[in-house]
Design a protein around this ligand. Structure first.
Ligand SMILES: [Zn+2]
Length: 89
């Protein structure tokens, strides 16, 4: 991942509110990641390419790495109803 795409990712995180949509964590931007809500639609091996998040914001949720681990390790994957999507409205 180059510098360009990392910056794009951070801009996207800020645009999405800069905080975890699940627990509200906002201390460290780089601890936030885009969680794919529809794993079956994942493109390639990358988790959430910036372009993909921009094109299909309804498919993602911005969460912190703690929540990411909870979701993946504890099988709590059904958060679709709670997603606040900045670009869908
Ligand atoms: Zn969180």
């Amino acid at each position: 991942m180059g510098r360009q795409s990392r910056r794009g990712r951070n801009e996207l995180r800020v645009k999405w509110g800069g905080r975890c949509q699940r627990c509200g964590y906002s201390r460290c931007l780089s601890a936030l990641e885009f969680h794919h809500l529809y794993p079956e639609l994942k493109v390639g091996r990358s988790n959430a390419p910036v372009g993909e998040v921009r094109r299909h914001p309804e498919r993602f949720m911005l969460i912190c790495s703690n929540c990411s681990h909870e979701i993946h390790d504890c099988g709590q994957v059904h958060f679709r109803g709670n997603v606040a999507c900045p670009e869908a409205s």
